[in-house]
Design a protein around this ligand. Sequence first.
Ligand code: FNS
Length: 491
Amino acid sequence: MAPLTGVEVAKHNNAKDCWVIVHGRAYDVTEFLPEHPGGQKIIIKYAGKDATEEFDPIHPPDTLEKYLPKDKHMGPVDMTTVVKEKAEVLPEEQERLKRIQEMPLLEQCYNLMDFEAVARRVMKKTAWGYYSSAADDEITLRENHSAFHRIWFRPRILVNVENVDFSTTMLGTKVSIPFYVTATALGKLGHVEGEVVLTRAAARHNVIQMIPTLASCAFDEIVDAAAGDQVQWLQLYVNKDREITRRIVEHAEKRGCKGLFITVDAPQLGRREKDMRLKFTDEGSNVQAGETTDNSQGAARAISSFIDPALSWDDIPWFKSITKMPIVLKGVQRVEDVIKAVEVGVQGVVLSNHGGRQLDFARSAIEVLAETMPVLKEMGLENKIEVYIDGGVRRGTDIIKALCLGAKGVGIGRPFLYAMSAYGQDGVERAMQLLKDEMEMNMRLIGATKIEELNPSLIDARSLFNHGTTPVDNLANAIYDPLVNPAQREK
Ligand SMILES: Cc1cc2c(cc1C)[n+](S(=O)(=O)[O-])c1c(=O)[nH]c(=O)nc-1n2C[C@H](O)[C@H](O)[C@H](O)COP(=O)(O)O
């Protein structure tokens, strides 16, 4: 059959008869419109036209194959007959493109906050809004980082620190440094290739990657991008439809994932006002989870209506029955729940408040860690479960403080997103290398040569629980993105 022409496709250009072209093939999406996770508007805008440019940054490539019935695949299009629309470049976009020209060289980024400073200037506002956003007044977002400033070191001297080794194991996997790339949704908002950029950088630095349920890339794309015996974990938002969840978990195990991280702090995604202010259309709303959404509340709400708020401790035995992967509860925020996690027999917890994106005024993970470990020790449970933290980790000293307090490792989110968004894979690799260099230097300076030597005697955390004494965090405050006044946003 001869390929379709642009004129033929252009006839199907409305909500009642809607075809789009993606990668040179036409698709009848008329019946799919009401189900589109990011709303109908954006598809209708491209009805009868080539939607590839809009489609690619957001949707896993296998989306149409996976979710559109075969009889709606209308066949190849002769692209020489398709009229290309000249996209109008808005002044704000021109400004942003100019800032990209002027951005600092990668070598001029000396710490993880530098990547945030650059990303804030060069990212699209929808992407910056989604990544930087946190819940309500974003107090917990800032507390996550500043809590580390309430912990001081008690370094040892005259220790031979010529050879420093900060390798360790996490869930039985040997890693070169005790941090992992935590799960963060919508990777293609920041970089056209999405999460696979993080995969490739993690492979080169022997760092574990946690694959998000709400990744922009297809799950298999991320796993296929892994190199050699690179270890990946799966982060799971539990679906109301447990059959979907079972399929996701079983597939992840079959593909070689070495840990199941069940997110337990998000029965509903938090209220992130920056994200909402952008009146999220759908630039980031569709994800591999491919669920229906309400996009009036920003990307977060637009992509999370499938998450089951009924998830409870009663579900843990079912998870243990469907997988052999170690199970870790991600988003635990008090010692009582860590003890419960030991009792139900999971292998780990991540003390986390979701990067401040969920319950505002939740305590920082580092503070919950300091509450937890002494109690586990007292109860003789400290070796029964691996305890991780994430949130606000920006320095090698933050990692060392967490390990001195008993963490097995730490998850890092935004810094790698910002490094990826501003500088791609090279940026993520530089961020990882900077952390390694900081770890090595600071291990030497506190008089420790290996991870096992890190213990509470090397720190003074007495003021950690006292929230009134946080020194002003000039670095973070200089970067911190105040909520822009909505009127300004409209301009
Ligand atoms: C920054 C960020 C974090 C997200 C995240 C998306 C972004 C952009 N998303 S979210 O859209 O639903 O909120 C996820 C997610 O998919 N699943 C999850 O378990 N945690 C999610 N988190 C939380 C993340 O796993 C860490 O808990 C958090 O990022 C750690 O804090 P830092 O960013 O300060 O390192």
